[in-house]
Design a protein around this ligand. Sequence first.
Ligand SMILES: [Zn+2]
Ligand SMILES: [Zn+2]
Length: 174
Amino acid sequence: MQAIQDFLANLVPLLQMFGIFIGAYLVLLWAAAVLWTYRDIRRRSEDVSVQVLAVSLVLLLPFVGIPLHLILRPPQTLAEKYEHELEQEYLRRDIEEKYVCPECQRPIEADFVLCPHCQAALRRRCSSCERVVDLTWSVCPYCGNDGTTAASRQAPTVQSATYPARTRPEEAVR
Ligand SMILES: [Zn+2]
Ligand SMILES: [Zn+2]
């Protein structure tokens, strides 16, 4: 009988110690969960009321709050959201930048002179520098040829940019 009493007397403080240890462990876990939630929600929302709601959910409902937070939190972090928006923007711009024939709306390349599908004239070739220019431009922006015979005769002698080339003959005379 005495042995059992001794054993119980030893067991009670042991159980108490164990209880304190478990309690401290749970409190630590709870505090870590609150801290993690605070960091997590700050990465997902700039809205202060959403942040307060998420943190108080985990704070007031220990251990149930975390799964609830995982269900309710915004699915994307702000960085992921920004990245996704950027991707969408690039995709959209990519589609917009594809050239289409104004007549038949079928895809063409930027330097096509006429549409391969409907033969519509898209651009013309400059008669002096052979570069492709817009139909609405009256002067070639690359060589200055305005379509007159004088300009087209003069242009081939001008190899690079127009203005430096004109100064060259004077230098040669000196
Ligand atoms: Zn076409
Ligand atoms: Zn030209």
